[in-house]
Design a protein. Structure first.
Length: 198
């Protein structure tokens, strides 16, 4: 499976157009957005409509720049955009789990309940891909000015489950950086987006 992963577009027209061009040129099987499609919800309907015209499935979670309601609305209005926040999407041999929002706290009690639900849905024959907005604690992706700022709950989930891939965002300073936790590849694809083959 060929995935175009991206995050933190913040509603900038030229950046959205870059993702559209990359989709046309690379022809991925699906797109994954790890949040912050918009700038505090502004123009989110226009951006979603333009991406929907690509006729590719786009899995999305909210970042800290849009609400759950913003994402639910654009998914209702655009058939190719699927909200995986607190949910799962299955395609071929992959299970995509999503958890969005946040990015500013090391602990998120809400995620603990969601992670238990996710764990019950894991099938050993399926590759797990976890999509979250906040960076993962104690990795190269959450390191800023010598301090680890990421989420510890998602780190525990990764330690327990060992997904094939984790896609996250939020810290622009760490865009395009990849790290590993054991065999789990963790990547912040940034606003330019990265093609990932699973």
């Amino acid at each position: 499976m060929k995935i175009l992963a991206f995050t933190d577009l913040h509603g900038k027209r030229e950046i959205v157009n870059g993702i559209i061009r990359k989709t046309i040129n690379e022809n991925p099987d699906l797109l994954v957005c790890a949040g912050d499609l918009s700038d505090f919800g502004r123009q989110i309907e226009r951006i979603a409509a333009n991406l929907n015209k690509l006729n590719k499935i786009i899995l999305i979670i909210p970042g800290n720049h849009e609400t759950d309601e913003d994402i639910s609305k654009i998914c209702k209005d655009n058939k190719n955009i699927i909200n995986i926040h607190k949910g799962v999407y299955e395609k071929d041999s992959c299970l995509f789990f999503g958890y969005g929002g946040g990015g500013f706290s090391k602990e998120d009690p809400r995620f603990e309940n969601i992670s238990m639900k996710f764990k019950k849905m894991i099938n050993k024959r399926k590759k797990v891909i976890f999509v979250t907005h906040a960076p993962i604690y104690n990795t190269k992706l959450d390191l800023l000015n010598g301090e680890h700022l990421g989420n510890k709950g998602t780190r525990r989930f990764i330690d327990d489950v060992q997904p094939e891939l984790v896609i996250c965002g939020h810290l622009h300073e760490n865009e395009m950086i990849t790290d590993y936790v054991k065999k789990t590849k963790i990547i912040n694809p940034g606003y330019e987006g990265i093609i990932i083959k699973i």
